[in-house]
Design a protein. Structure first.
Length: 212
């Protein structure tokens, strides 16, 4: 996927936010201005609303500086994979005072975030799963921080559709650097732990009943 996404902008703020978002997902990209020729390797262009009319390309996505870049980056990745739906989406969660969340589509990081309470974590997970088409959806939660883990499981058990599987995962060792693929190792620790949790087999939680 080398060079298949181009950031085409002269806006410093838009460029910084898009680069940060792509780098966190280890997605290679090309940096261009609207006057530059677009390389043949590029399949998707991300530019700003003001600069779109200056970009001559068939596949152009618009990013607005006030927005979170996550959605436009996710759309670009989906266009590259030619997928309107995924076989499986897994949300890995590292609970604690800071909740690390990684949304994985067929093994690739689609979204990642840090939040600071179980309520917000549950809301963001629900929003992410609702926004993505997938044949199977699953949430895997690390079992290390018992208090935070229990609260999040209770909230998710109430708010998620019953066909979404919840699993508890032994998170021992997920803060080490040796388990996940090297392309993810620059990601912040809580997010990296969530990625590793998503890759581990867990114990399924029975849905539809109170969880203690």
């Amino acid at each position: 996927m080398f060079g298949e996404i181009a950031i085409v902008t002269t806006s410093g703020k838009a460029y910084y936010r898009l680069v940060d978002g792509l780098t966190r997902r280890t997605v290679p990209f090309v940096s261009l201005t609207p006057e530059d020729a677009i390389p043949l390797s590029v399949k998707v262009v991300i530019t700003t609303g003001e600069e779109k009319k200056r970009v001559r390309f068939s596949e152009v996505l618009v990013y607005y500086e006030a927005d979170d870049p996550t959605d436009v980056i996710e759309k670009a990745l989906q266009m590259l994979s030619n997928k309107s739906t995924y076989d499986q989406v897994i949300v890995g969660v590292d609970p604690g005072k800071t909740f690390g969340i990684a949304v994985m589509g067929d093994g690739n990081v689609l979204k990642s975030m840090n939040v600071f309470d179980a309520g917000e974590a549950a809301q963001r997970i629900l929003q992410a799963l609702n926004a993505i088409n997938a044949d199977r959806k699953k949430v895997k939660i690390g079992n290390g921080a018992k208090e935070y883990q229990l609260e999040l499981v209770k909230l998710l058990n109430r708010c998620l559709p019953l066909d979404i599987i919840l699993e508890l995962v032994n998170e021992k060792g997920t803060t080490r650097t040796g388990e996940a693929p090297s392309k993810y190792r620059h990601i912040p620790r809580d997010i990296m732990s969530a990625v590793r949790i998503s890759m581990r087999k867990g114990s399924e939680i029975q849905r539809g009943k109170s969880y203690e």
